[in-house]
Design a protein around this ligand. Structure first.
Ligand code: 8YV
Length: 318
């Protein structure tokens, strides 16, 4: 475990500016990027001509203006699959955190340094079994979340661009909704597992958040831009929504103090984009990046090339 902490670096200390990035890329063939590198059309247009591949160290590519990259003749790869299970584990941890008051209980003990002992009515939470989970985006991660949630006795509902075939739906006894609005009205917990695209940007807007059930919970391990965060804060402050567990949240101008106040009041749980943060996932992501680069440099189709049907817009909206 020691190495885990020794490698813990502050993101702000390793972030390159666009100019530093461009300078470092002189005479290079490949740009290895992460979600924090904003590769917009302007930066892509200024890349040295030697660069032919953008190898994203990550699954989501919303930091890349993919259309500009393709238009510039660049190949783009990512690292799907290897972070699916860890991200799904984290989603389940967050699904459980608020209903079972895990963070609140720990915080209380740490502040009071004393446990008064068991009582039949202390720290009562909400049972998960029998509740309805609404998954937005039933891709790899959404499916892995559904499999875990099923074992916890949650009923599975999902909204996705397309209906998943029976081999996926049947063992999960999953119900497909072709209307997100309708699903939001029918579930107790909503968990977001959709990539950020032009279509999904602020998909949970004020009107949609208002459709969520009274007392329901929202979990987001995907991207903050999927949610109108100000509207979410309003729904939480009014007491209409039960809580939100967010691994991702707006932070560029600082975390919203109202969101922090809700976390202080144990209505919100915040974790800092760590859903896929296991040592194993990072090693496998690195290996996948290397395989993508090697295959590309050998003149073959890299195994995780992002193709136009995965259309994500990125860059411009981040
Ligand atoms: C990664 C993620 O840690 O892969 C993704 O899409 O959101 C994260 O879990 C990050 O993107 C690394 O670039």
């Amino acid at each position: 475990m020691a190495t885990l902490f020794e490698t813990d670096v502050n993101a702000e200390d390793i972030q390159l500016s666009g100019d530093e990035l461009l300078h470092g890329l002189e005479n290079k063939d490949v740009l290895v990027s992460t979600i924090t590198d904003r590769l917009d059309a302007d930066l892509i247009g200024r890349l040295p001509r030697t660069v032919r591949l953008i190898a994203q160290f990550g699954n989501g590519i919303d930091n890349i203006d993919i259309e500009a990259a393709w238009a510039a003749g660049l190949t783009v790869t990512n690292t799907p699959s290897v972070l699916t299970e860890d991200t799904a584990d984290m989603a389940l941890a967050l699904i459980m955190a608020l209903p079972r008051r895990l963070i609140e209980n720990n915080r209380r003990l740490m502040i009071e340094r004393h446990w008064p002992g068991w009582s039949p009515t202390s720290m009562l939470g909400t049972r998960l079994r029998g509740k309805a989970l609404g998954i937005v985006g039933m891709g790899r991660i959404g499916t892995a979340v559904a499999q875990r949630a099923r074992a916890f006795g949650l009923s599975i509902h999902y909204f996705s661009r397309s209906r998943r075939p029976p081999p996926i739906e049947e063992p999960l006894n999953a119900r497909y909704w072709d209307s997100l609005d309708a699903m939001l009205e029918a579930v107790d917990i909503v968990s977001l597992h959709t990539p950020l695209t032009r279509e999904t940007h602020r998909m949970l807007n004020a009107q949609r958040l208002a459709r969520m059930r009274h007392g329901s919970f929202l979990v987001n391990v995907s991207r903050p831009e999927l949610i109108d965060e100000t509207a979410l804060v309003g729904e939480l402050e009014s007491g209409r929504l039960g809580g939100a567990a967010l691994d991702v949240f707006e932070h560029k101008a600082g975390i919203d103090p109202r969101l922090l106040a809700l976390a202080d009041a144990d209505r919100v749980v915040l974790t800092g984009h760590m859903a896929s943060a296991t040592l194993e996932a990072r090693i496998e992501m690195g290996e996948t990046v290397i395989v993508n680069i090697r295959t590309f440099m050998d003149g073959h189709q890299p195994p995780h090339r992002v193709l136009p049907e995965g259309q994500m817009v990125g860059g411009r909206m981040v």
